[in-house]
Write a protein that binds this ligand. Structure first.
Ligand SMILES: *Cc1c(COP(=O)(O)O)cnc(C)c1O
Length: 436
């Protein structure tokens, strides 16, 4: 079984308490406070190795971690050690990767509205590839690269017109999308780049069809379209495009309802579609984000108040919620949880896990059967490694949680908990308001 097909991190064990990475989660909560993001290093490295093993027969594969799923300096270092490059979408992600000492030729800059200052930073850092999203940006990239006297390697982001069955907000490959060129616009942009934009060197095509994908056929169809399109462009324009970036999107198992394919199955359908044409596309880029970091992460919360609605449901509130995990309120995402301090206690109560934020929509888990919970219990929510910390906010002026890395019974802080002073550190009181 692939790591992305499991709800819990590979090292999760039930003893008197729930253990992860050999660490007692109740002790972690005590030592570092809650809410606490916990990342299991063995699970993270394990899935990276699964990806490498699955594609080992395809020589020209380039694994690019989609850093928007979780981008911190230590996580970037681990992914680099595992041989991954980075798909980045902002100055902040590029800067994090750069400061972590990563070889910037392994970095791709992607996004539908890159700003002038972000592009200039990417050019100064010598980012290896730029994904060109639209006509405006092609002109801008050409001008800014020209001003610095450099020629940059680019991929064209296209929308292949594939609908995959996932939430509307995380579906990106359909024709009506804010990302990329429609297939009918490809000839025009290729002509512009090859004839007018002398600072751009077109290397290939890029697509990303969505996220939390369970259907392998979507990938097969995507590769099919990209292969044909590259062959058509090469033929019509006498070019030698030899790179194909198929994006990320492989799903993970948040609850028992989720049935993602394995990494091996993903690799098989991609290579099968490649070989069908007998074409040689020397380089395939793949950009997994969620499937790399989701399963390695859990969030620990402390239980506080409870409320039994007369003749209705029972709410149990924890000390975090929509600001550290916006996915349930944004996408109706579902999660699984267990009582970390009494994992063996009989599960006999069906409750709704509420967050502490001032929104009725701040519900982490709608209905889940757990042991009877009381104030002070520690709740472990699984599969929170991706798109939790990276989407976290300071809503209600609450400090963002700390993140620890666990491995071999050892824990290290990789993101410090914000302090109250951090929260006001960017505030300014204009002089005229300080005069009382
Ligand atoms: C978000 C994104 C990814 C990663 O998607 P996951 O579902 O997290 O694997 C990859 N490529 C691009 C272009 C993206 O925008």
């Amino acid at each position: 079984m692939s790591i992305n097909q499991s709800i819990k991190p590979a090292t999760a064990e039930v003893k008197e308490h729930l253990m992860i990475g050999g660490c007692d989660t109740v002790e972690l909560a005590k030592k570092y406070g809650t809410p606490l993001y916990v990342i299991d290093e063995a699970t993270l490295r394990g899935i990276c190795r699964e990806y490498k093993a699955a594609f080992k027969d395809y020589k020209n594969i380039r694994m690019m971690y989609a850093s928007k799923a979780l981008c911190t300096s230590a996580i970037v270092r681990i992914l680099d050690e595992e041989g991954f490059g980075f798909d980045t979408v902002s100055a902040g992600e590029i800067y994090t990767v750069f400061k972590a000492g990563i070889n910037m030729s392994h970095v791709l800059f992607n996004g539908n509205n890159k700003s002038v200052s972000e592009i200039n930073l990417a050019l100064d850092c010598r980012v290896g590839r730029f994904s060109v999203d639209n006509f405006y940006e092609a002109e801008l990239l050409n001008r800014l690269a020209g001003e610095k006297g450099v020629k940059i390697d680019v991929l064209l982001r296209i929308t292949p017109g594939i609908e995959c069955h996932t939430h509307d907000y995380i579906q990106t490959g359909q024709v009506d999308s804010k990302f990329g060129f429609d297939l009918s616009q490809v000839d025009e942009i290729v002509t512009l780049i090859t004839q007018n934009y002398k600072s751009l060197n077109l290397k290939g095509l890029h697509a990303h069809i969505g996220s939390q994908i369970f259907e392998l056929k979507s990938y097969y169809d995507e590769v099919d379209i990209l292969v044909k399109e590259i062959a058509r462009i090469n033929n019509k324009f006498a070019l030698k495009l030899d790179e194909m970036n198929i994006g990320g999107g492989l799903g993970v198992k948040y609850t028992d309802n989720d049935t993602p394919p394995s990494v091996t199955e993903l690799a098989e359908s991609i290579t099968e579609a490649m070989h069908k044409y007998g074409v040689d596309i020397p380089t395939i880029y793949i950009e997994p984000g969620r499937s790399i970091v989701s399963t390695s992460g859990v969030t620990l919360y402390t239980v506080g108040s409870s409320k039994q609605v007369p003749n209705g449901r029972k709410y149990v509130a924890v000390d975090g919620g929509m600001a550290d995990n916006p996915r349930p309120s944004m996408y109706q995402a579902e999660y699984f949880a267990e009582a970390a301090n009494k994992p063996l206690a009989e599960k006999k109560e069906t409750v709704t896990i509420a967050g502490r934020y001032c929104e009725s929509g701040d519900i982490l888990i709608n209905e889940i059967t757990l042991p009877e919970l009381e104030a002070g219990d520690i709740l472990c929510v699984y599969n929170t490694g991706a798109y939790n910390y990276s989407m976290a906010s300071n809503y209600n002026r609450v400090e963002k949680p700390a993140m620890v890395l666990v491995n071999n019974s050892h824990s290290d802080i990789i993101v410090y908990r914000e302090t109250l002073d951090d929260l006001i550190s960017h505030d300014n009181i204009p002089d005229r308001l300080s005069k009382k």
